[in-house]
Design a protein around this ligand. Structure first.
Ligand code: PLP
Length: 405
């Protein structure tokens, strides 16, 4: 008899987006003539820029010619892309990352979800609340938690991110082994300073812990004093793995390309305390379970770093950040406190009421869809997330409607 992994039964159904759809569909059925503006989506709206498309096409053409055709590529990614990433995203910022420490993949979602596989089942895990749900659910599936009680899984160490701490988690008072951090943050849009990040690196050293640092929104950082990578912090090479993605940076959500940096200095321990290289383990896992990102996609990703590619990508990010500015200014003028929007595409708004109530009010009165914060964790109650990934026209129209409330 085939038996299930019963840890799956512990998973709280990811009701957030299905509940949003249910409410939006019900509203639309009742009011077929009303316009709906979706301000909750975490997906990009602008197409891939021409320089990237050009490289993508050239890669496809190479596949059509027997002289340049390629079959399986290296699982870890082609050296041309690994080297370009290591040079442009790290070494040019003074972060000492070598080409073979960069693992190209088809998404930061899979990598942030899969990385926990390397660690023992009794790993003590620190999770921010609110949180990108992938970190939690993959640990539930792996059996590292108890059941969900009132929106929180037993055996996880939740780090509350609230207005009181500026949505930056405080160092846990108990011992933890694996720490998930995400900056700029989804959903709060909060960013971390070098000083704050330094305290996490020191904490990880002290506890022989590992930080999984999700920097999927790094390209939205405007303030040059903020760290763009955790490897700008001394000592991070020994205690941190970093996840990045071309999804939001360059419009690859549907194209799929990302990378994970695993420094060779990162170590984890067996039951007798012997050190093992996390780089070697991830290399083993990646080459066993993954067969590489397609060649044309990697050529397209390489073009993100060409001078023209950089210029075009910057224009796209500037466009979304202008949306963020419009949203933030309008909500501030209306008296709503918020975080995010300055160095991130998400604006996290304190509604001073129940987040679903506010969601329903925006939907039924104005036809605007946002994301209720409660869906990201207990600390999200009372907040909504508005996304800057949208057409300007929609953003302006939505903000005009909100102003008229
Ligand atoms: N990490 C965070 C914090 C995200 O918000 C997202 C996507 O929304 C991802 C990772 C996933 O990125 P990718 O498209 O590379 O899988």
């Amino acid at each position: 008899m085939i038996r299930i992994n019963e840890n799956y039964l512990k998973l709280k159904s990811s009701y957030l987006f299905s509940e949003i759809s249910r409410r939006v569909n019900a509203f639309q059925e009742e009011h077929p003539d009303r316009e709906i503006i979706r301000m909750g989506i975490g997906d990009v709206t602008l197409p891939l820029p021409s320089e990237i498309i050009k490289a993508f096409h050239a890669g496809v053409e190479e596949m059509a010619d027997s002289k340049t055709f390629r079959g399986y590529g290296p699982e870890q990614g082609y050296d041309f892309l690994r080297e370009t990433v290591a040079q442009n995203d790290y070494r040019s910022r003074g972060a000492d990352i070598s080409t073979d420490e960069v693992f190209i993949s088809d998404g930061a979602k899979c990598d942030t979800g899969n990385f926990q596989e390397l660690f023992s089942n009794d790993t003590r895990i620190a999770i921010p609340d609110p949180v990108y749900p992938v970190y939690v659910d993959t640990n539930v599936m792996a059996g590292r938690t108890g059941i969900n009680n009132n929106g929180r899984y037993e055996n996880l160490v939740y780090m509350n991110c609230t207005n009181a701490n500026g949505f930056i988690p405080e160092l846990p008072s108990e011992e933890v082994d694996l720490i998930y951090l995400c900056f700029p943050n989804n959903p709060t849009g909060a960013v971390i300073t070098k000083e704050q990040l330094k305290s996490w690196v020191e904490f990880a050293h002290k506890n022989r812990a590992l930080i999984l640092y999700d920097a999927a929104y790094e390209s939205f950082i405007r303030d040059n004093s903020l760290p763009k990578t955790i490897y700008e912090i001394d000592g991070a090479r020994e205690v941190a793995v970093e996840f990045r993605s071309f999804s939001k940076t360059a419009g690859f959500t549907g194209t799929r390309c990302a990378f994970t940096v695993v420094p060779k200095d990162c170590m984890a321990y067996d039951a007798t305390g012997n050190k093992h290289s996390i780089h070697s383990m991830w290399n083993r896992r990646h080459t066993t379970k993954f067969n590489g990102v397609s060649y044309p996609v990697q050529k397209a990703a390489e073009a993100v770093y060409s001078p023209e590619g950089k210029k075009q990508v910057k224009e796209i990010i500037d466009y979304y950040m202008e949306n963020a500015k419009i949203i933030k200014e309008k909500m501030t003028a209306l008296g709503y406190e918020s975080t995010g929007g300055d160095n991130s595409p998400y604006i996290w708004i304190n509604t001073k009421t129940d987040s679903w109530k506010f969601f329903d009010m925006l939907l039924t009165k104005l036809g605007i869809v946002c994301t209720p914060g409660e869906g990201f964790g207990r600390c999200g109650e009372g907040y909504i997330r508005i996304s800057a990934f949208n057409d300007r026209e929609n953003v302006v129209k939505a903000m005009e409607k909100i102003s008229g409330l």
